[in-house]
Design a protein around this ligand. Structure first.
Ligand SMILES: Nc1ncnc2c1ncn2[C@@H]1O[C@H](COP(=O)(O)OP(=O)(O)O)[C@@H](O)[C@H]1O
Ligand SMILES: [Mg+2]
Length: 264
C-alpha cells in the first residue's frame, strides 16, 4: 500500500523523526492524526508501524476498559495524565466514533456527550508537548463529531482504502512465502476489493486445505511431499469461498468520505 505508506512517512513519521529540521522549514510536526477507511484495511497496522518507525512506545486507550472504572470522562482524563508523564509516546484510540460521535442536541441521557467534551478538552494539552502523537482510527468518519475533527485538533485525516493490484500482489507474495509455483497475478485478479484482512483469511483457508490433504495422504507417503504448501488452485478456491468485507456500496461511501473529510 505504497500510496498510504508514503503519505504517512512524509507527513507524519519524518517530521516527528526530524523535528528540528522540519521546524527550520516551518513544518510543525503533527500531534494528532485520524486514519479512516473500511474495516480490515490496515489502520491499526499503520498506527503500530508509525510507533515502530519512530521507536516510540505504543499505548492503546481502550474506552471499553476505561468504562469499567465507572465514569468514562474521568477515566479518560486520568489516562491522559498518566500518558503526560511519558517522555515520548504514540497513543492509539481505535473505533474512536464510539467515544466521539456526533453530539445530538439536547444531550441524550447515558450518551457520550460528556465523554466527547472531555476528549475535546484533553487534546489541546496533549498537543502542547513534543515527542507525542495521538492516532485515532475509525471505520465511520461521517459519524464523528465535526468539532472533534477540526484542523486545530487533528493535523491530518488520512484515508486508508483497499489495496490496489500492486499492494495485493505484495500481500499475496507474503502469504505464499514467495513460492514460484503460485500464480500471484491470478490471485490478484481474483481478489479485487479484498482487504489485507480478507487476503489473510483466504490464505489461511488455502493453507488449511493443503495441510488436510497432506494428513489424508499419511497412509501413503504423507509428510514427504517435495513441494508442500497450497497451490494456485487452493488459493483460488479459498478466494471463491470468501466474501470480501468491503462491498461496492462501501467503496462508493468511502470515496464520498474522502471528498468530504480527507485532509492530507
Ligand atoms: N499492508 C499489509 N500487508 C499485509 N497484511 C496486512 C497489511 N495491513 C494489514 N494487514 C493485515 O490485515 C489484518 C487487518 O489489519 P488491521 O490493521 O487490523 O485493519 P484495520 O485496523 O483497518 O481494521 C491484520 O491481520 C494485518 O496483519
Ligand atoms: Mg483496527
Amino acid at each position: 500500500m505504497e500510496r498510504e505508506k508514503d503519505l504517512i512517512e512524509r507527513r507524519v513519521v519524518l517530521p516527528l523523526a526530524e523535528p528540528e529540521r522540519a521546524t527550520r522549514h516551518g513544518v510543525r510536526p503533527p500531534r494528532a492524526v485520524c486514519l479512516f477507511g473500511p474495516p480490515g484495511t490496515g489502520k491499526t497496522t499503520f498506527a503500530r508501524g508509525i510507533a515502530s518507525r519512530l521507536g516510540w512506545p505504543f499505548v492503546e486507550i481502550l474506552p471499553s476498559r476505561l468504562a469499567d472504572e465507572g465514569n468514562l470522562a474521568a477515566a479518560l482524563r486520568s489516562a491522559f495524565a498518566r500518558i503526560a508523564e511519558l517522555e515520548r509516546v504514540l497513543v492509539f484510540i481505535d473505533e474512536v466514533e464510539e467515544i466521539a460521535p456526533v453530539r445530538s442536541e439536547p444531550a441524550q441521557p447515558g450518551g457520550m456527550h460528556g465523554v466527547t467534551n472531555e476528549l475535546l478538552k484533553l487534546i489541546p494539552g496533549f498537543r502542547e508537548r513534543d515527542e507525542r502523537l495521538l492516532v485515532c482510527a475509525t471505520n465511520s468518519i461521517r459519524s464523528l463529531d465535526p468539532a472533534f475533527l477540526r484542523p486545530g485538533r487533528f493535523d491530518y485525516l488520512i484515508p486508508i482504502g483497499t489495496p490496489d493490484k500492486a499492494a495485493r500482489a505484495a500481500i499475496w507474495s507474503r502469504y505464499t512465502d514467495g513460492r514460484t509455483d503460485v500464480d500471484i497475478d491470478e490471485l490478484v485478479l481474483a481478489s479485487e476489493l479484498f482487504t489485507p484482512a480478507d487476503i489473510e483469511h483466504a490464505a489461511r483457508i488455502a493453507a488449511q486445505a493443503s495441510f488436510e490433504r497432506d494428513l489424508v495422504s499419511v497412509g501413503g507417503r504423507g509428510g514427504d511431499d517435495p513441494a508442500p504448501g497450497a497451490s494456485t488452485a487452493d488459493y483460488l478456491e479459498a478466494i471463491a469461498e470468501c466474501r470480501p468485507t468491503v462491498t461496492p456500496a462501501m467503496i462508493e461511501q468511502f470515496a464520498s468520505d474522502i471528498t468530504t473529510h480527507a485532509r492530507t
